[in-house]
Design a binder for this molecule. Structure first.
Ligand code: FE2
Length: 310
């Protein structure tokens, strides 16, 4: 009878056992985080506003953010996101920036393929499939990082497929005799102009602000009367490790604005966890998100969040 070949050439000592165990654990964790990167969730956020005109009761907005079309975030996944958005009842779709992954600096350009390709045409092709009456977008830091040429091309390509950019301006939504307003700003690290975006809105009218980064909240005060600020940027930490991740977040107040709904002195802020990933294709404790806002006039709907897996 042929002798059985041993699994290891020599008996494993304690040190070797721990070394192999550590390697397998790291590989297992990376595989788990890789599968979490496209584990899409739909969050429903119900908000009650005494000042929302009754004709807008149950107004529905679907938000996607931080698509980061890139080497890591491909056309198939983004199409799946668009198909999911198309299944939702909505009056408006908003895209809150970081639509592509722009080059951060020469280091990333040289070493990571995410920064060396142009994904503008791909993302325009995908977002051209969005089915909604009105589609609005703002730019994020990654959309502006590559310079004016990339920024202009992105805006032009997306406007060709029916997405309107709010670049420090606003647009009215009219129903009967009533109007609400959607304002939008460029990224806070680049060319944002908050007063400019609110310029055409009567102070007493209901208003929503689209801002890629929640850092705009440091410039917003109660007197502006912004009823809802819709943001992204944080990816919910992407790898959301308690007591650790918030130390590395690129925002002023990570304890408050890492992800989800925040009640302000006037109105609310919502921070979406984003669709794509940045630098590496991993997520942990921060699943990618489509947000579905339902705005009510009635006083009997307290603000609340619900999550549905897709
Ligand atoms: Fe982002």
């Amino acid at each position: 009878m042929k002798p059985t070949r041993p699994l290891f050439k020599k008996p494993m000592n304690r040190r070797a056992f721990l070394k192999h165990g550590f390697r397998f654990s790291v590989l297992g964790l990376l595989a788990f985080m890789f599968t979490r990167r496209d584990n899409l969730a739909v969050e429903t956020v119900r908000l009650n506003y005494p000042n929302l005109p009754p004709v807008f009761n149950d107004y529905r907005i679907t938000q996607i953010s931080d698509l980061h079309a890139s080497f890591w975030v491909g056309e198939d996944y983004l199409m799946r996101v668009v198909e999911r958005v198309n299944q939702l009842d909505k009056d408006l779709v908003v895209v809150t920036g970081d639509i592509i992954t722009g080059a951060v600096n020469d280091f990333w350009k040289k070493w990571l393929p995410i920064s060396s390709h142009d994904y503008t045409a791909m993302v325009a092709r995908v977002l051209g499939n969005l089915k909604a009456g009105k589609k609005l977008a703002v730019l994020g830091n990654h959309d502006q990082w590559d310079g004016l040429d990339t920024e202009k091309r992105l805006v032009a390509e997306l406007e060709k497929v029916g997405i309107q950019f709010l670049r420090n301006t606003s647009t009215p939504v009219v129903r009967g005799q009533e109007t609400i307003h959607i304002a939008g700003i460029d990224d806070v690290w680049f060319s944002h102009d908050l007063p400019g975006s609110l310029r055409d809105i009567p102070i007493e009218q209901f208003k929503i602000l689209l801002s890629h980064s929640p850092d705009i909240m440091t410039d917003i005060n109660k007197k502006m009367g912004i009823d809802l600020t819709i943001c992204g940027h944080t990816h919910g930490g992407q790898l959301a490790i308690p007591y650790l991740t918030h130390h590395f977040m690129p925002i002023d107040n990570p304890a408050r604005y890492m992800a989800g709904l925040v009640k302000e002195d006037h109105g609310y802020t919502y921070v979406n966890r984003g669709i794509g990933t940045l630098v590496f294709p991993f997520r942990l404790g921060a699943p990618p998100e489509i947000t579905r806002f339902r705005l009510f006039t009635a006083k009997n709907h307290p603000a609340r969040n619900t999550t549905a897996a897709t």
